[in-house]
Design a protein around this ligand. Structure first.
Ligand code: SF4
Length: 148
């Protein structure tokens, strides 16, 4: 039997309590697990941020600047997490990632607009952007069927 393809997955989507508020965004990934070897990853935690942590938003995309509700510049932590995600994908030959929509790290199509007013805008999180620029195909939690 050939080995399953590996799939990087936002750790909060598999139920790990890594969200800023110490909770998770668990979804049913049982069908995916049959097909893929799941590799959970949380770029914000891997970038050195604690659990729980103040929520962050992208206030500028070019150059990238991300701040949290305590007005701390956390851009470097987000970039470190994004680089680590890419390193893992390269090391494990991962070509696809399932990432949590709307997150300043993992958002694929939308992120919050930097006003901390719960307003979404089009754009990608730091890790989603890093992976897609490096030819990793990314999917959000509403696109599970595309992965099956
Ligand atoms: S950074 Fe990504 S994996 Fe970590 S809690 Fe946020 S959405 Fe989930």
């Amino acid at each position: 039997m050939s080995a399953k393809e590996k799939l990087l997955v936002s750790a909060c989507l598999i139920g790990e309590n890594v969200k800023y508020n110490g909770k998770n965004n668990r979804i049913d990934i049982s069908k995916l697990s049959n097909q893929y070897e799941i590799v959970p990853f949380c770029p914000e935690v891997e970038g050195g941020l604690p659990i729980p942590r103040p929520p962050s938003e992208i206030i500028s995309s070019n150059p990238l600047k991300i701040i949290n509700t305590s007005k701390e510049d956390v851009t470097n932590c987000f970039l470190t997490g994004a680089k680590k995600a890419l390193e893992i994908c390269k090391k494990l030959n991962i070509k696809k990632a399932l990432l949590k929509e709307n997150s300043p790290s993992c958002g694929k199509n939308f992120v919050y607009d930097g006003s901390f007013g719960k307003v979404l805008r089009g754009g990608q999180g730091a890790t989603a952007s890093m992976l897609s620029k490096n030819s990793i195909e990314i999917f959000n939690e509403f696109e599970l069927k595309k992965l099956l």
